[in-house]
Design a protein around this ligand. Sequence first.
Ligand SMILES: [Zn+2]
Length: 555
Amino acid sequence: MTYTETKEQGENKYYYRVKSIRKGKKVDKQRVYLGGNLKKQELHEKEQEADKELENTKEKPAKNEEISKKPIKKSNENKKINTQGITAEKDDFSEWFTQIMLKADLADYTAVSGCMVFKPTAWAMWEKIREECDKRFKKLGVQNVYFPMFIPEKYLLKEQEHVEDFAPEVAWVTHAGNTKLSEKLAVRPTSEAIMYPSLSKWIRSYRDLPLKMNQWVNVVRWEFNNPVPFFRTREFIFNEGHTAFETEKEAIAEGPNILNAYKEVCEDYLAIYGIIGRKTEKEKFAGAIFSEKIHYIMPNGKATEGPCFHHDGQNFAKAYDVKFLNQNEKEQYVFQNTWAISTRMLGVMFAIHSDDKGLILPPKIAPNPIVIIPILSKEKKEEVLKIANEIKETLNEYSPILDDREDYRPGYKFNEYELKGIPIRIEFGARDLEKNEVIVARRDTKEKQSIKISELETEIPKILNEIQKSLFEKSKKLFKSKIKSSNNLNEIKEIIKNKEVGFTPMCNNPDCEAKLKSETGGAKALFIDNKKIQSEKCIICNKKADYFVYVAKTY
Ligand SMILES: [Zn+2]
């Protein structure tokens, strides 16, 4: 049986579509959130959409299981996998990506569908991102804090636009042991609703402003879409910056500082090129006045959103009553911003740099950018090992791996570290030592060169630097090569079909964006460009365009 449930909270009404299935004495219920204070016609449309979704939900989680089961089986035969390398081509993105992250030992699955394990290499890279961002946030006067991960239901319901956006994905805690809680608690999908009631207590006067807080936390958004490790998981990890200001001007001025800090970390460490751009009204964060994000383009032509900055104006301040006495002794609401970078950036970096042989890591983010592989034979084994250890000592500041395992052949080891994306491999045997040389192989270009042992200390930093720079340049070239501009809808459709990104004039009517999506088989208006509109017409409705947008399918 399917029916609509109405819930009243003060003056607001919230609607849920419920499907109940009787199994003997038990009744199984599935709920889809429809929205708040809907008009009759709107409600009817949402009900129809929800019915379709309810029909599908049973099958979708099964698909998740399928993805998570397949690789677990394989990962039991770890050794075999590593010698096999990647069997998918980069064009088959999801298969290729899943293989890389499992075989390069970055992540794994558990019994919890849609959630993932970060293995040590991946986690170390996230720690680096966190460390570099934190340094920059602190320079901007931001302090780190920690708020509870549980949010009382009534707090979450306070900002309506916000709750509408998150409600269908919220995971709830309803019991402690066998005792039903008097009020159910949401596991944070984001923290505005738990932080801002505290701000309302803490901020009394203009002297308490600006207030700049940040927390590094996990959040849960229980999506039913197919999970992709690092890109879309039900639990993910990010920073949440929350700042409050006296004036709108000050609040808006924070945007470029934050976005540039993120951009710098992503460019300098992850070596990926992206563009900062404002989202359209339709695509902005629920509850924000405007949203700006850094956008990246992947080799398969799909775009992905990176770090974001939202200016929330006084929307949340009004919902959570964050007021203060201003310099004229008048009461006013604060102006607020929120901003974030998530573990998705690791996924973006892996996808952009890697190839059919496996992962390619930029030296500055790789926890161990160098591997030393001595080729051990019976003669002069001791001497080769001694030199290997000396080289390790010389390059100590890069935490090199010294692989002196004797039960693995050199070829096996080469493949393994190629798969894992280690930027530089140093290999040598007894014969190389006669010339006081080693062979240095680059992972990105696969070039090899002989270098005198005495010159490693000066040459290796140069090569690491070159790799870092060349990966960034390659990513920039990829981005630029994918953009194709056109004022014609049929051409834009072709561009999207060819796995590229369109650049086109549009008006700001959300209906045009919706139509663009259906016409192109799912591409959306990614962000607004700074280029000024002259007399161009909207590609969809043919009325005067408001701006140029990038059009792409996204992850
Ligand atoms: Zn239009």
